[in-house]
Design a protein around this ligand. Structure first.
Ligand code: DON
Length: 555
């Protein structure tokens, strides 16, 4: 690959754990080592945080096929060192031919897996337009230079990590079942750590994007391949849908917590509103005195989460289609009142318990990256195909996977989606509408200065993981790496269960909570938080989640 700077200790095919926190000039924390390196090199060449983000996004589309993408979408929160913060919504949209009941059978029941693993599961992709827009508005280096590292990784290949080898092996049967013929993720013998993954078709698609910008994806050869793939599998995305796709700049959502300013993503993500509601709900309690993951702390956070996710199910959706009552939801008195209904003696019962299947713990399916540059500009981007490898359907000859983001809509009121989340009218399917998200890219300021950049994958658990990571630093004095590594727990109103990572809560706290009626279920790792903290002495301190191949590189 065309890297001109390889940090000491960096071995291709292995997550790079750079534990130095002595960086003043910039930092990239993302989910795959080669992508982090692509971003760092852009920073070292004089690119700003947005330039580096473009390089990381495309490099992840090559090196993290589970979640990095050009066939998906995402959100960016940007805080320049000088000037106003901004956010970019490059979330997928429902195709023009989509309709409210498109996943229901004639009896009105949801057809299993139709919104997950068919051509109809895909929304119109937003990532390429998002990168073009972000670069047009804030980029400094030439576009071609930022896409090129991804082309080199796709054409020259890169050595895969153990985790990626296992993911590819686990999904091989699905790739075969859902696609005709061969593609680059299918191999006759099992993948192994260190194997070279070469993606020539993807390299060609990326060259179109390098040379023609948005037209290289939304028009011309690549668009024809995508539409052809749709026609082949009864999908809905048309030429017009692609041509009409545009990402949207939206005013950043801001709030505060104990003097910190929180800058986060507005709808169509639910993440920002929910995060601010959660912070308001717990602000007046002495969390730091109770301590990290003690029974009172867990109980309070769970009760706040229960209430906030109940609001999410009813009030949140695409603001271009549904009037989201943002101001009412973010009134401190409202959230205080909601919390007044809980008792320390007993768990509040969620109104009724739905038989939701909870899949939030399979966390390779979305990805978040945090970047800061020499000037102090900061970028938080969370991007996704939704499920792991999206719909697992390739655009043939395009060399890329399509998302299954349509499952984030509410297919039918009250019926849980793959994350067990329920919704109604606010998040019903309409042509051209964006499906509600939980992605929560967030930047925090203290005394007018940059303090933290944070975000994570994890479906419905994204919001609670970001919430807990922030509290770990502000309330429990953890450094960035500890805050990211700390074990997490999660409640989402329905199902009425507290999900915990193993050892997240000690046995004494657990018994106390169970006596009060909390149903505690232990699951696998939750989220992959990648974050950066600006320390008091002006250094950047990274937190790269050891739950994945996440890597922090700085200079
Ligand atoms: O936008 C959302 O909320 C989901 N599509 C995110 C999916 C996700 O995080 C999967 N990763 N575990």
């Amino acid at each position: 690959m065309a890297a001109f700077f390889i940090p000491a200790g960096y071995v291709q095919g292995q997550p790079a754990k750079d534990n130095s926190n002595e960086y003043r000039n910039g930092m990239v924390v993302c989910a795959y080592p080669d992508a982090a390196l692509a971003g760092l090199n852009v920073l070292k060449k004089g690119g700003n945080a947005v330039d580096a983000a473009v390089a990381v996004q495309f490099a992840l589309a090559v090196t993290l096929p589970e979640a990095g993408n050009i066939g998906g979408g995402g959100f960016m929160v940007y805080r320049p060192a000088k000037g106003a913060a901004n956010t970019l919504d490059f979330r997928e949209k429902a195709p023009g031919a989509a309709s409210q009941n498109m996943y229901l059978d004639s009896a009105g029941n949801v057809i299993p897996a139709m919104s997950l693993s068919t051509h109809r599961a895909s929304g119109v992709p937003g990532s390429v337009d998002g990168m073009v827009e972000a670069h047009r508005k804030y980029g400094r280096l030439k576009w071609e230079e930022l896409v090129q590292p991804a082309i080199d990784l796709a054409r020259g290949g890169f050595k895969i990590t153990k985790r990626l080898a296992e993911d590819l092996n686990r999904n091989g049967a699905d790739f075969r079942r859902l696609n005709e013929g061969k593609n680059y993720l299918i191999k006759d013998t099992p993948w192994q750590q260190g194997d070279l993954l070469v993606q020539e078709d993807l390299a060609k698609t990326l060259e179109q994007i390098r040379d023609k910008g948005r037209a290289g994806f939304y028009e011309g050869e690549v668009a024809e391949e995508l539409v052809g793939e749709m026609q082949n599998g009864k999908g809905l995305i048309s030429r017009t849908d692609l041509k009409n796709y545009h990402s949207v700049w939206r005013k950043a959502l801001t709030g505060s917590y104990k003097g910190y300013k929180i800058i986060t993503m507005p709808p169509p993500s639910s993440g920002g509103i929910a995060l601010l509601q959660l912070l308001q709900s717990v602000e007046k309690y002495p969390l730091s005195r109770w301590g990290f993951n003690r029974d009172s702390t867990v109980q309070l956070l769970v009760e706040a989460e229960r209430r906030v996710y109940a609001d999410r199910s009813k009030y949140l959706g695409d603001p271009d289609f549904y009037k989201v009552p943002t101001d009412s939801l973010l009134r401190p008195a409202y959230n205080r009142l909601r919390m007044s209904s809980f008792s320390w003696d007993m768990a509040t019962a969620s109104a009724s318990i739905q038989p939701g299947t909870f899949a939030g713990y399979e966390s390779d399916q979305t990805t978040h990256y945090s970047i800061v540059d020499r000037q102090g500009n900061a970028v938080a981007i969370t991007t996704t195909l939704n499920g792991s490898f999206g719909s697992k359907i390739f655009v043939r000859r395009g060399g890329f996977l399509l998302n299954n983001e349509m499952d984030d809509f509410s297919s039918k009121p009250g019926v849980p989606n793959m994350f067990g989340l329920v919704g109604g009218k606010a998040n019903s399917i309409q042509p051209g509408k964006r499906m509600l998200s939980s992605m929560t890219p967030t930047i925090i300021e203290k005394d007018g200065k940059l303090f933290m950049v944070v975000g994570t994958p994890g479906g419905s658990t994204i919001i609670t993981s970001v919430f807990q990571t922030i509290l770990n630093v502000i309330e429990f004095n953890q450094n960035m790496q500890q805050a990211v590594e700390s074990k997490r727990f999660h409640h989402q109103w329905l199902p009425d269960v507290v999900y915990i990572e193993q050892t997240a809560i000690d046995s004494l706290a657990r018994v106390k909570l169970e006596q009060k009626g909390y149903k505690i279920v232990e699951g696998g790792p939750s989220g992959r938080v990648d974050a950066i903290l600006k320390t008091k002495s002006g250094y950047y301190e990274g937190g790269a989640d050891p739950r994945g191949d996440d890597t922090k590189l700085g200079w």
